[in-house]
Design a protein. Sequence first.
Length: 248
Amino acid sequence: MLRPLEVLFTFQRRFLKSLCGRTSVAATAQLFLAEAHKFAVYIDYCGTYHWLCDLLERLKANSAWPNVEDEFQQKMAQYSDKRRLGLRDFLIKPVQRICKYPLFLKELLKYTDVRLESSTFGELNQALTSLKGICEGVDQVQQRIDSLRLRNTLLSSYCDCSELPLHVVAKLGEVVLSGPLRSGILVPQFWFPLHTMQVTDDGLVHSWQLQHVKSGQFMVFQASSPHEKQMWTDALNSAIVNSTAHID
């Protein structure tokens, strides 16, 4: 679990040392372009960030923790701008830092004349594209982890029942939350196979129906915008097609 943190620390220390030795925009652009793919270590780290935070909370229950925290605070006292930061604050720093690198490159691009420094401008653009890809990768990892943590929360709050037993719910895959998750016990109200349903437009603003094909019974759903409605109906239609394919 600590390996991604160690790898990130080694890379970041070496990269910053190299960056401090660059005295021109051209040299900085070349460094970012050469090292851009190595920033993928941030994706690995962000994938373990929540588990590191959980580990930190478990360590705080150890009787030796106060001594560790005192030693940490004594070291931080040497840095006036970091005196109030705790260990958890330092764990989030890499997640925040990776998002700042594209902003830094954009600033360099803003002050680079594409006509006079076309080579440097091109290298900055390529590095920016690569780092944007890294940031997207970080976001995707974060979304998967959030989905997993939400799934675990839902399963721990689920009220088991014979119509939709817990072991079936546990196999339903990822969970995407729309709106707030209210605390309490979760009890299933409706249970139906998707291949028996169809999505219909009821003609009202931002709403649609999920209708049972044979009985004609339906439920009405409403979104906050046309875009959100389209996202929901597309996802439901796709799920219905997949469900029907499994039956066939």
